[in-house]
Design a protein around this ligand. Structure first.
Ligand SMILES: [Zn+2]
Ligand SMILES: [Zn+2]
Length: 158
């Protein structure tokens, strides 16, 4: 004889704690709270229960959020910003400089990547390739190609 226990009929809102960068995201009901390591919640409520949920989560052996990553532009604290994330990069915004520091840091990376690039067109069999000697040279080559395509029509073999 087995007894089946019916699930309780009262709605229990079980908060869910997730790690998001150096912060804890608490999914509580249909709201989302971002609790920092300073035990402050971004919802602004000084008595937000989510701070307590994070403490419970840690007491039960939950994984601790890593220390904040310093902003590469100003060294300030960064906060994960999912709206800036792509499949390949994790978005963040700087506590001091906001999203502009994210874009500045991204811009530097792209500029460095461009500097490392040695070829406008890499060499291939029977083809010497076009090296990048400067960004200006690369732009000139590109402009010349476009002018030629405009005058003569696009010819990939030219
Ligand atoms: Zn909150
Ligand atoms: Zn910054």
């Amino acid at each position: 004889m087995t007894t089946t226990h019916a699930p309780p009929l009262t709605f229990v809102v079980t908060p869910k704690v997730l790690l998001e960068g150096s912060h804890y995201v608490v999914l509580y009901g249909d709201t989302e709270h971002l609790v920092g390591k300073d035990r402050k919640c971004n919802c602004g409520s000084p008595s937000c229960p989510c701070v307590g949920f994070v403490e419970d989560y840690l007491r039960r052996g939950g994984r601790r959020a890593p220390d904040p990553v310093a902003c590469p532009v100003c060294g300030g604290e960064t906060v994960r910003d999912r709206s800036l994330s792509t499949a390949r990069t994790t978005g963040w915004s700087c506590v001091k400089g906001g999203r502009s520091h994210f874009f500045l840091a991204r811009g530097r990376l792209i500029a460095e990547g461009w500097k490392k690039r040695k070829w406008v067109f890499p060499p291939g069999p029977g083809y010497a390739g076009v090296p990048i000697t400067s960004a200006g040279a690369a732009r000139r080559i590109s402009e010349e190609s476009h002018a030629r395509w405009a005058a003569e029509g696009y010819n990939p073999a030219a």
